[in-house]
Every structure is written in C-alpha cells, then in structure tokens.
Write a protein that binds this ligand. Sequence first.
Ligand code: NAD
Ligand code: AKB
Length: 314
Amino acid sequence: MKQDRLLIIGAGGQIGAVLTEALREAYGSDNVLATDLRPLTNQTGPSQTLDALDAAALAETAQKHGITQIYHLAAILSATGEKDPQRAWEINMRSLFNVLETARTQNMHKVYFPSSIAVFGREAHRENTPQHEVLIPETVYGISKVAGENWANYYFRRYGLDVRSLRYPGIIGYQSLPGGGTTDYAVDIYHYAVQNKPFTCFLRDNTPLPMLYMPDAIRATLELMEAPADKLTVRTSYNLSGMSFTPAEITASIQKQVPGFQVSYEPDFRQAIADSWPGSINDSTARADWGWKPEFDLDAMTADMLLNLRAQYP
Ligand code: NAD
Ligand code: AKB
C-alpha cells in the first residue's frame, strides 16, 4: 500500500468508475476520494459530489482530505461537444485549470489528465500515426485536448508539477457505459449482441479506428503514473495503442460467437469526426519509455466482453 491520497474527478464516468476501483486496490480504499458532478452509487470507499468548475470547492476538498494526486477524468467528449462547442470548451478547459492550479498551489505529487486520439486531424498520418505529429483537430473536444496537453507540459516545465497524460483511443469495457463519444458504438454493439437484438451502427462499416480494452487502459494508466519521472520523455501526452478495427471487423468477431447477429449502418454526424481521426496509432515512445504493451486483441476482447455481459443480461 502506498501513502498517497488520491482525488478522482469524474469518477462516475465510463473510465472513472473502473479506474477508481483499481486505484483503491493499489492505494487502499480510504485513500481514494471519488467525486463527480452526479451523485455516485455503489462506492467501496469515500465519495462526494463535486463540480470541477467550482475552483474554491475543489481546492477546499483537496485541502481537507490531504490530497497528493489528482486524476482528472471529467470532460465533454467528442460527439456531445459538437452539440454545444462553447460549453464543451468551458467545461474541459476551466476544469483543467482548476485542477492544475489546485495541484500547483497545494504542492501535489502528481496529476493525471487523459488526452485522446481526437487531438489528430486530417493532416496527420492516418496509419501508424506518430507520437510527434501535426495536431489540427476538427472537434472542439480535440482542440481542448491539444490545449490541455500543452498546459500540462507548461505546468511541468514552468512549475515542476508532475502532470502525466495518455492519448486514449476508444475505450471498450463491460463495467460502464460510454458518455457521448464517437467510439461509443464499439461498446453498444456488444450490449445488443448479448440481448440478440439487431444493432444499427452510426459509422460506415469500413471506418477503422484505434481502440483499447478497459483492462489494458487501466493498467496503462497505473503503469504510467508509477513510472520513474526521469524515464518520461513526453510531457504533453503519450500515444497509446491496443488494436484497430472497423465496424465490419468487430461485427465479424462477434458473429463468431453469436451467429446470426445482425448489424445495419446509418452513418450520422459522427462519421465526419471518425473520418478526421487516425485508423491506427504508433505508440513506440510509450513502449520505449515505460514499457507499455497491450494484452488484448479484438477476438480476446470480444470473448471477455460477451462472457461478462451475458452475466449482466441473464
Ligand atoms: P464520461 O463522459 O463517461 O465521464 C465523465 C464524467 O465526468 C461523468 O461522470 C460526468 O458526470 C463527470 N463530469 C462532467 N462535468 C463535470 C464537472 N463539471 N465536475 C465534475 N464531474 C463532471 O467520460 P469517460 O469516457 O470516462 O472519459 C474520461 C476521460 O478520458 C475524459 O477526459 C475523456 O476525454 C478521456 N477519454 C476517454 C475515452 C473513452 O473512449 N472513454 C477516450 C479518450 C479519452
Ligand atoms: C470519443 O469518441 O470522443 C472518445 C475519445 C476517443 O476520445 N471515446
């Protein structure tokens, strides 16, 4: 058990719900305070509601609980962000500033801030997209992540604040539902498959996107946060890769175990977002710096997703 005390912001979200439990196992339940704008249920440790836009409440909560690390997961994701770009910018940026300032002024050990493959745009190499690449995103979400990465780097260089970050691909898991992204179809499709319902995909069948299974995403996060600081050469955000597939390929993977599963395609506004993102990511810098290696490929993920979701839909 480690002595740090952790504050999780956005603990009720798709990743936050799973990451909070993993951090409680690593650091001890009492040392991990789960917070979210929404009331949290089924908690195995301390929790409270907290609006990350309320700088005073954030600072006071951190002070009161002797927080030494913040995991800042609250954000408006790509698809929801396009419905109200100004609100998405306000939430994503102001919450990050509040976190960075609280951590700086309270001399915290570390901050975790996830970025995304959404930082890339059409000008980037579409396949095997390199770590250091031109970043011209086409969504407000992507713009906020590019800005956030640069502010993370700024706080590290200017103030020595140990901010660490991963550019997650689309995250797929059975434990929680996604919150308004372009990769959400790849979670929803499994829920339809186990219920033997036909699924309508909002992307074209031949749209490749980088994805990562939740256990790999959680392990990557813990491994990055535990890595010795002097090994980290990237202080914006690390490229991270697990697998890449199209809607047709995930459908075929599911059909191996659910014969007769039917999928139709009705692309909507999210198609343009997906078309602006890479199809695959080069994560060689993460592998070299802190030993990153994913475990799950598409078929292994499908087997595990179906097994666990069948238990949820008896
Ligand atoms: P999510 O939408 O599922 O969860 C976000 C949580 O933040 C929600 O529970 C929401 O209630 C909370 N929240 C929103 N505004 C808040 C505020 N003002 N104060 C406190 N809490 C607030 O998101 P997620 O999928 O769990 O993503 C977590 C982080 O990882 C985000 O920064 C996201 O950009 C990043 N990310 C996620 C994915 C993915 O595929 N899930 C991929 C790349 C990056
Ligand atoms: C989204 O689709 O917005 C997220 C992401 C890849 O950042 N899942």
